[in-house]
Ligand binder design. Structure first.
Ligand code: AMP
Length: 426
């Protein structure tokens, strides 16, 4: 008899890796609690209609990737029902918000979830058919301030804090505005017009998208089509005054609290329900599947699935990808030397060799640079080879106070030569 294995695209999580999963989930719960979010748990399967209407029939998720089945009637009084394993959790949260009349509290609902999602995608590193998302939603009646750009900025600031507390370094935030439900049809019409004469030059997928859902063309990573895509109209030119002001206010609040971001005019994301702000946090270490998390505003979603007006904003982070990033960072750290000694000027080379000798004899793993390198080059080399860099210039030689910079935290300290070994060992 052949042995049975976990189904393609699914996997077992075993100790000790599960410790890392628990660390990520505990950190997320702790950070969300500080922002006064509460946990919601919705069912793993829902009525297929919820996703068809909420996520959008034309999206890849609904048209190709859902696990859907006919649930047989068990009694004459019951009807057969089409059910679907949830491919994402926002639609379920908004359904629960409507079903439990949470809007009647008149307050903003701040809800987070942690759990498995299911999509029949082609499995590869960082892409699975059962994967885990940690997400949160801020939703409520407009009178509770649910449309305010401050909510968008607060969610983004919370995410930057969470990634920092998880110890994820080198993340990158991209934001954009896809406009209101009023702006979008004008933009889509302009896209269709611009795509008309060129779409036959594009790949098969994009030819289809140009017909069914032209916004999706902007998501395309097909290298042959990039030149055409770069020349397409930009959504920023189609935003009305209120959408423009909303986006400017989000950016201003991010600037005020020092969260770094770039505006990516092509960021439209794969789900239909987004309005105004959309965003993605990426990480270079993830390869092709580089999105750590994505989200945005969905001001019309509640009405699409039959509820009251309830604007909202939320995100979903791929827990599997967070774990991959943390594992890669840990592996990279163990391959690094403790310190890179950077002499600043060739005349200092002999004295720097003496410093390196002392550090090595104290048991540290040390790379020695070269005084012939410019400072910028020393930093680049040091960053590839070691966790910390020790700057060794004339001043340092005379004063005996060395400058040490930690690459991961960016922290720079001055340390007397006699005390440097424990600092570098940390
Ligand atoms: P989405 O719901 O498509 O906006 O995705 C949000 C986040 O979930 C992405 O940024 C990924 O980190 C993660 N994600 C989406 N699909 C998968 C998948 N098939 N496998 C692993 N992670 C995924």
């Amino acid at each position: 008899m052949s042995t049975l294995k976990a189904v393609r695209g699914t996997r077992d999580l075993l100790p000790p890796e599960t410790e890392l999963w628990n660390f990520v989930e505990e950190t997320a719960r702790r950070v969300f609690a500080r922002y006064n979010f509460g946990e919601i748990r919705t069912p793993v399967f829902e009525d297929t209609q919820l996703f068809a209407r909420g996520v959008g029939e034309e999206t890849d998720i609904v048209s190709k990737e859902m696990y859907t089945w006919e649930d047989r009637a068990r009694a004459q009084s019951e009807k057969a029902q089409s059910l679907t394993l949830r491919p994402e959790n926002t639609a379920g949260v908004v359904r629960a918000y409507i079903e439990h009349k949470l809007g009647e509290t008149g307050l903003l609902q701040k809800l987070y979830y942690i759990g498995p999602q299911f999509r029949r995608e082609r499995p590869q590193k960082g892409r699975y058919r059962q994967f885990y998302q940690i997400g949160a939603e801020v939703i409520g009646p407009p009178s509770a301030g649910s449309e305010s750009p401050l909510r968008d900025a607060e969610v983004l600031e919370m995410l930057a804090t969470l990634l920092d507390e998880l110890g994820i370094t080198g993340w990158h935030l991209e934001i954009n505005s896809v406009g209101s439900a009023m702006d979008r049809p004008r933009y889509v019409a302009a896209l269709r017009e611009a795509l008309g004469p060129v779409k036959h030059l594009m790949c098969e997928d994009n030819q289809r998208r140009a017909e069914t859902n032209p916004l999706r063309v902007l998501d395309s990573k097909d290298p042959g089509d990039q030149e055409i895509i770069d020349k397409l109209p930009k959504i920023a030119d189609f935003l009305d005054e209120s959408s423009k002001a909303h986006f400017a206010a989000v950016c201003a609040a991010l600037n005020a609290c020092g969260v770094p971001y770039t505006v990516n005019p092509r960021l439209v994301r794969g789900l239909d329900y987004y309005t105004r702000t959309t965003f993605e946090f990426t990480h270079g270490g993830l390869g092709a599947q580089n999105a750590l998390l994505g989200g945005g505003r969905y001001d019309g979603l509640s009405e699409i699935i039959g509820g009251p007006k309830a604007p909202g904003i939320g995100f979903a982070m791929g827990e599997d990808r967070l774990i991959l990033t943390l594992e890669a960072q840990a592996a990279a750290r163990t391959n690094l030397a403790d310190a890179y000694v950077a002499p600043m000027g060739e005349g200092l080379n002999p004295a720097a060799l003496k410093l390196a000798r002392e550090l090595r004899r104290a048991g540290l793993r040390v790379e020695l640079g070269d005084g012939g390198f410019r400072l910028k080059k020393s930093f680049e080399m040091g960053n590839k080879l070691a966790r910390k860099i020790v700057l060794f210039g004339e001043d340092e030689q005379q004063s005996g106070i060395l400058t040490v910079k930690d690459f991961a935290s960016g922290e720079q300290v001055k340390v007397p030569r006699a005390d440097i070994v424990p600092v570098l060992r940390k």
